[in-house]
Design a protein around this ligand. Sequence first.
Ligand code: SAJ
Length: 430
Amino acid sequence: MLFPPWGFGVSAATDLTIIGLGYVGMPLAKEATAAGLRVTGLDVDPGKVEALNAGRSYIDDLTDADLDAMLGNGFTATLDTSVLERSSAIVICVPTPLDEDHRPDLSAVEGATRTVAAHLRPGTLVVLESTTWPGTTDELVRPLLEKSGLTAGIDFHLAFSPERIDPGNPKYGLRNTPKVVGGYTEACRDRAAAFYSRFVERVVPVGGTREAEMAKLLENTYRHVNIALVNEMAIFCDELGVNLWEAIEAAATKPFGFQKFLPGPGVGGHCIPVDPSYLSYTVRKLGYPFRFVELAQEINERMPSYVVSRVQRLLNRNRQAVNGSKVLLLGVTYKPDIADERETPAVAVAEGLRDLGAELTYCDPHVPAWAVEGVPVPREEDLAAAVAAADITVLLQQHAAFDLDLIEQRARLVLDTRGVLDTSDRVERL
Ligand code: SAJ
């Protein structure tokens, strides 16, 4: 059955309703609004809705000025789920974390999908953007939506398009990052491709929703595994007396067939430590492990305790024990120059050092207050004074605000986990 652009005689009051107004939903709302679409944001958090309608952004990449422009162009945020009945397209951008057993938690996707099903109208396009295991759109989302009595591919369009928002990326945003789109049917794919083409420069149609779901997991599993590779190499290169940092820079001169990854104190963020688990979970359903991912997880999760052992060794060479030493942690977010602390390895590093009796302080311009296991860590405001007072400084994130020369000159001892300081008798790299 061919669809009119919108339902059967029903005029859509909204071109797009976005469910989930976070770091994925709001950049989507911004670009769609800027392209002239009538956009409504739907969330379950009254605080978010109130802040957005008041022009107060809580998203790193969305300024209040961006929000004012959006509000001026008709964007509104709401808690009222009935907006879905008057929306030509609905995009679900809710979180897909891991539960305490390290398994995919799709409760937010299920909740959002049930809400859509309760208000679904013929002719609507429904797209899932949340990162998830291959088959979710077809096996979980579609049946829930069809409880509405409507049939996917016949009464409404259904597609998956992975989010590729990279918080804090100054170069790539929604508009200039190619958008992969897979549909439940070809007509679903084409409808979703036409929708995104209104505000994304390049749309990449694929054969089905599973290929689109898998593309995203491959992208981030690739990073996870390669970060684990250089992390494991950092451990044995230190024992071999090989400067891995130099070897990586040398390898990176190869103009093809190599991408540079660097060792670190562990892998944080809402993507890289999480997404590969969605893939290994799926493969385990076949009765065997996805060994690359599980090994990479083990290595990356071991890095914080490795950092603690290197701190211990460095202090020991200075005839000091960790117990009673003043240890300054520089940068407690999960990557430089953003405020996001999700899954930050700094927490595990702090716990390990505390267990050995270290007296911790931290310095991070993006984090006004920080607690580990509920116990506040004293914040240092003056970098020069802090590094001079600490028995050892541990550089975890190289925020642009940090004066690296000052750290090299003033710190008594430094463990540089990012390979950005010049080594000396006081400065060691991971
Ligand atoms: N990390 C390393 N060594 C590296 C690269 C990263 O230890 O060589 C660590 C970081 O310190 C961080 C974690 O891994 O703790 C994740 O870093 P990331 O650079 O992958 O940044 P994320 O988590 O923000 O990943 C996002 C992803 N974007 C999406 O999923 C849409 C990822 O696909 C992007 O490639 C990545 O941003 C990016 O390139 O910035």
